[in-house]
Design a protein around this ligand. Sequence first.
Ligand code: ATP
Ligand code: MG
Length: 369
Amino acid sequence: MAVKKVCESFSKSLIDDVHKWGCMKQTGVSLRYMMEFGSETNDRNFLISAQFLHKELPIRIARRAIELERLPYGLSEKPAVLKVRDWYLDSFRDLRSFPDIKSMNDEKDFTEMIKAIKVRHNNVVPMMALGVQQLKKGMGPKVVYQDLDEIHQFLDRFYMSRIGIRMLIGQHVEWHNPNPPPHLVGYIHTKMSPVEVARNASDDARGMCLREYGSAPDIHIYGDPDFTFPYVPPHLHLMVFELVKNSLRAVQERFMDSDKVAPPIRIIVADGIEDVTIKVSDEGGGIRRSGLPKIFTYLYSTARNPLHEHSDLGTADAVTMAGYGYGLPISRLYARYFGGDLQIISMEGYGTDAYLHLSRLGDSQEPLP
Ligand SMILES: Nc1ncnc2c1ncn2[C@@H]1O[C@H](COP(=O)(O)OP(=O)(O)OP(=O)(O)O)[C@@H](O)[C@H]1O
Ligand SMILES: [Mg+2]
């Protein structure tokens, strides 16, 4: 992977600008705000939104670019991390060299540009994972997870910020769809049925399990399919997909060679006043108590790691998310992004319950690292 030093590819004035913008204050928005603002589609709002992003995105991107330069244990120098840093600097430069947005024509060009930025960053997660793996390899077998706490915290901040940046861009871009499907405001579905999303996500995960193992446990979903609340369906889909994938794998591996029929995975959707909670329960044998502190880290997986040093992550679609150890930490970030949370309770020797709490009110501000 040929990556140049920062001073070779980027001018000093750009780097100075990054540091200036990286010190500015970020502005968080809530799901409710995005939904209410987005419900009025007109040129004036398009302009206001584009002008906001023109100022906000470089601030958020600059912060991440600076942090990418200052990672401990030499992580900043790993080729994969340098590549990610270059994507951030390229995007910062694109945003900063775009002139003030004054007309609808400017707005249109700006929207195209941020759409391209979103595509540029598509593979940031596996590329960073590769960087961390390059680091881990260099550290030898004695690496202790607790020692890498700083790196976990950085990755949590980094990915949380990425979720926010992609939500803001996606929301603005989708909003321009002249024929939006009913009840969709950008990415937000004002009447999302969690049972329906859970069913789709489970079907996808089950399909994957069938392909991988040749069979798959049943999945039963309990809850009112007509119950709806405003949320972002792809976010919920991703979280349930990851939880169900974990449960399927655990049950499958436990019962694959046994005479007993594999017990079904149960998903329960509860609608409360503050929270919608989705519980994914399995009888896959649970997680050892000593393993529990590690399950939310980005380095821990009991699955075979699919990352290869030489895989070409620069091209889109080159990557799947199986066996990185990213399912749980990333799902928890998505939950927290809109004020929710994810908890895992295990009974070793029996099974695991994952509780996914989503805030119904939608008024918590984005957490901005
Ligand atoms: N329902 C479960 N039952 C048993 N073990 C689980 C369950 N969920 C998670 N785990 C354990 O926690 C680890 C981390 O889970 P996580 O979803 O973060 O990563 P992964 O499944 O290993 O890889 P990825 O999700 O990135 O494909 C798993 O490797 C597994 O050992
Ligand atoms: Mg997983």
